[in-house]
Design a protein around this ligand. Structure first.
Ligand code: TRP
Ligand code: ZN
Length: 472
């Protein structure tokens, strides 16, 4: 029987209308014209972050900074692949003056609106094509105030500056696709006045001093989300060593924090060994820490390879930021809604470290939080970790603590053997990639198909209010 489908026609027409509206069918000179890539990736919390239409594979940042003038200048060279036919594309850049833009070696037109730097290449870019864009820029980089009132971006310190990027601060110091879903490798070359150091992610591959200025080259081979990129400029005591299995450890400590930091930083090799036993092979080619002065920033951050600390950290904070290297840095959230996958795991790592080193068991920590967590964290039950109430709350207690409680509820449900297998397998499965909360819940479900996780997801991960006390 023929099914000449009257119903299909309106659908077809609607599709055609959509195509026409999007400009996709506008023929021109025998070719099909590209369209603009879009000014954001529709992140549920930061809709303007990132851009559509391309994927960055490499950032080459060639920069100079002088703390005396607070002036940053340089050229960013991005290698990217077009994911659609592009007539134009956006980069995120907040502040700074753009002097010249090229695409594929040709000068390109650009204009700026807010954080969007819109680039119009001389010729359209075909889908699938790899292209190179350079942006020459300079100025005094900005400190950005987050929706929660904390400061990020470019921050001047006592003796230099530090760049901290979570969630959107990296657009204050280099143009890019500033969303965690687009990871890339990096080469950063930075020139600072002689006598100062510049410390970044990855490994230091070259350093030379000439004419009163020191230039350092840092190479990050493994994919990195731009919010984890950093550069710290100032006076630092630099120590380089290796762990027992040969992993380079590179620490940079502000001399004012040297005494207070010595003991805790000496624990890095032991924390790394413990973390590898617990979470599986370390995903990066070096580790370490950057310690600036208390007051140089309001929080620590899991900058890739070498977390940043404002003042000497305690052991728990060191464990937290090093655990993020697996959870956040290697397995990166697809959107900012998935923050609890970073903070829940990093917090649970602190609980496990305590459990394994003569402190409270994770069960005791969980029980204490359940019974009277509100006394110390009055917002603990304000919203569920899987759905923060707004961008101003993505780093609040429900994301960290109730996020860790979700993991503990899974441990209670599947038992220790399966749970500790999960702690190793999850970061292995998504190594150097991105994952969201649905990826995680379906992963847990296939791990233990005989268990019912619905109550954990419904009450602990997504439910409003304080969940009922878990049974014995
Ligand atoms: N991720 C950092 C940590 O837990 C904390 C942090 C700093 C943060 N800035 C942020 C969290 C912005 C969310 C958003 O170590
Ligand atoms: Zn954290």
């Amino acid at each position: 029987m023929s099914r000449s489908a009257p119903l299909a026609r309106p659908a077809l027409l609607a599709r055609l209308a959509l195509l026409l509206a999007s400009g996709a069918l506008t023929a021109c000179g025998g070719g099909v014209h590209g369209t603009p890539g879009g000014s954001g990736l529709r992140d549920p919390y930061f809709p303007k972050a990132g851009n559509g239409g391309y994927d960055v594979t490499h950032y080459g940042l060639d920069l100079a900074y002088d703390p005396d003038t607070s002036r940053l200048s340089g050229t960013a060279t991005l290698t990217a692949r077009a994911t659609q036919d592009l007539s134009a594309f956006d980069l995120d850049l907040e502040g700074l003056d753009v002097e010249k833009v090229t695409v594929g070696g040709d000068t390109a037109r650009w204009n700026r609106t807010g954080q969007e730097l819109t680039v119009r290449p001389h010729d359209d870019l075909d889908e699938g094509r790899t292209f190179r864009v350079t942006v020459r820029y300079s100025g005094t980089p900005k400190t950005i105030t987050d929706p929660d009132g904390s400061e990020e971006g470019w921050m001047e310190t006592e003796d230099g500056a530090v760049a901290l990027g979570e969630p959107t601060g990296s657009m204050a110091w280099f143009p890019g696709n500033h969303h965690p879903s687009d990871k890339a490798s990096y080469d950063l070359t930075i020139t600072v006045p002689e006598g100062l150091q510049a410390v970044s992610n990855g490994e230091l591959t070259a350093s030379r001093t000439a004419g009163g200025r020191t230039t350092s080259h840092w190479h990050t081979a493994e994919p990195m989300a731009s919010y984890l990129a950093t550069v710290a400029i100032g006076e630092y005591d630099i120590h380089r060593t290796t762990t027992s299995d040969g992993l380079p450890v590179h620490t940079a400590v502000d001399p004012a924090e040297a005494d207070a930091s010595r003991k805790v930083l000496a624990q890095i090799p032991a924390v790394m060994t413990w973390a590898q036993d617990t979470f599986g092979p370390y995903p990066f080619s070096s580790t370490g820490a950057i310690v600036d002065r208390r007051g140089d920033a309001g929080y620590a951050l899991e900058t890739q390879n070498r977390p940043f600390f404002p003042g000497a950290p305690d052991t728990g904070t060191l464990v937290h930021e090093l655990a993020h290297q697996w959870f956040g840095d290697s397995v990166t959230p697809k959107t900012w809604r998935d923050m609890w996958l970073n903070e829940g795991f990093a917090t649970y790592a602190e609980w496990l470290w305590a459990e394994d080193h003569g402190g409270d068991s994770a069960q005791e920590t969980f029980d204490a939080l359940y019974d009277h967590g509100e006394d110390d964290y009055e917002d603990l039950w304000d919203f569920p970790p899987g759905k923060p109430s707004s961008a101003a709350h993505i780093s609040d207690s429900p994301v960290y603590l109730r996020g860790a409680m979700v993991l503990h509820r899974i441990r209670q449900t599947v038992g220790d053997a399966a749970f500790f297998a999960l702690l190793r397998d999850w970061p292995t499965t998504h190594r150097h990639g991105n994952a969201d909360t649905d990826d995680f819940t379906s992963y847990v479900e296939q791990l233990a198909p005989d268990k019912d996780f619905a109550p954990i997801w419904d009450d602990w991960l997504y439910g409003e209010g304080k969940p009922a006390k878990p049974g014995p």
